[in-house]
Design a protein around this ligand. Structure first.
Ligand SMILES: C[S@@+](CC[C@H](N)C(=O)[O-])C[C@H]1O[C@@H](n2cnc3c(N)ncnc32)[C@H](O)[C@@H]1O
Length: 307
């Protein structure tokens, strides 16, 4: 039986996934809408919102037969539907229900594996019980705080600390560059850092400043000298700038040996800057992900840079 790795591209970023697969030397052998299949076993991609491992084609004779065959493989199934919607929905309705409600910040992730399936033909399912995300189709949502944070940018840092750094222990110093109007600074404040250095050319909102323990520097982040800082536990950046400028800033702080962990948004203009994105990945131990709350941008992180 042939097995495939299935990459579900992020809506509107299909060409980014196609370029990424090409850069990795992977050939797409089949495609349905934004679901791309590559033969064999391969790792997740930045621009896939979820990756299905060992996907297989399964012949079915009826709706009940389809549901029975999926249930035999796993419990939780996220449906990606392109064609034959009604029939696909009827199969989905026969499958066990699962909780897909928005979660609170830093809530433990679902432990059960999440499957991915689509009705490829009326009598043929493509599916796998094992994907890269515990959320159906990789779509995670939060119980949002619509009162305190001054912008929705905080959701990126919520997602990062919930999914990629749940073990992060606060209490030390964090720096937030490109911090206005204050969403990320607010998240760092709720994480109980003792000292939060917030840097932007524009001020953050007063009500965030008033929470205390925040030192605001009204200047360009690119003029910061690591020599002027003591140890930094988390260096966070959401600056709007060219990726190359951010890369140089990050390298300066990393080379200083003063920063333990980094989380930075790499933002793109019209085109995705692959050249500098790949340079970020050359920094040992680092990762790049496209968070569910990222737009035309990705999140670079490095944990334990200087333990
Ligand atoms: C997307 S916003 C940040 C939103 C913020 N993370 C939040 O949660 O509210 C990007 C910020 O980068 C800032 N920025 C752009 N160039 C900068 C520079 N050279 N130094 C510091 N901040 C800069 C802008 O002023 C803007 O406030």
């Amino acid at each position: 039986m042939k097995l495939y790795t299935g990459y579900l591209a992020i809506h509107k970023f299909e060409s980014e996934l196609e370029r990424e697969l090409e850069l990795k030397g992977l050939t797409v052998c089949k495609k349905k809408d934004r679901l791309y299949l590559v033969e064999g076993e391969h790792p997740p991609m930045i621009w896939a919102q979820t990756t299905g491992f060992n996907m297989q084609f399964i012949e079915i004779t009826s709706i009940k037969d389809g549901a029975k065959k999926l249930k035999a493989l796993g419990r939780n199934w996220g449906l990606f539907t392109v064609d034959f919607h009604r029939r696909a929905q009827l199969i989905q309705e026969e499958l066990p229900k699962f909780n897909q409600k928005p979660i609170p910040f830093r809530h433990p992730l679902p432990e059960k594996a999440m499957g991915l399936w689509t009705l490829w033909e009326p009598n043929q399912i493509l599916g796998t019980p094992q994907t890269s995300s515990p959320f159906a189709l990789g779509e995670m949502t939060f119980q949002e705080d619509k009162v305190i944070p001054p912008s929705r940018a905080y959701l990126k840092l919520w997602e990062f600390f919930t999914v990629y750094a749940p073990e992060a222990i606060a209490g030390g110093t964090s720096i937030d560059v490109g911090s206005c109007p204050g969403g990320w600074t607010w998240v760092l404040r709720t994480l109980e850092f003792q000292h939060i250095i917030s840097v932007d050319k524009s001020p953050i909102e007063k009500r965030i400043m008033d929470l205390g323990r925040i030192e605001f520097k009204g200047e360009s982040a690119f003029g910061l000298d690591p020599k002027d800082f003591a140890e930094i536990d988390w260096f966070c950046s959401d600056i709007i700038c060219y990726p190359e400028r951010l890369l140089n800033l990050v390298k300066r702080f990393k080379d200083s040996g003063k920063v333990k962990n980094f989380v930075c948004t790499i933002k793109y203009q019209a085109e995705t800057d692959w050249e500098n994105t790949l340079k970020f990945l050359e920094i040992p131990g680092s990762h790049i992900v496209h968070l569910h709350h990222n737009k035309h941008e990705v999140t670079w992180f490095l944990k334990g840079a200087h333990p």
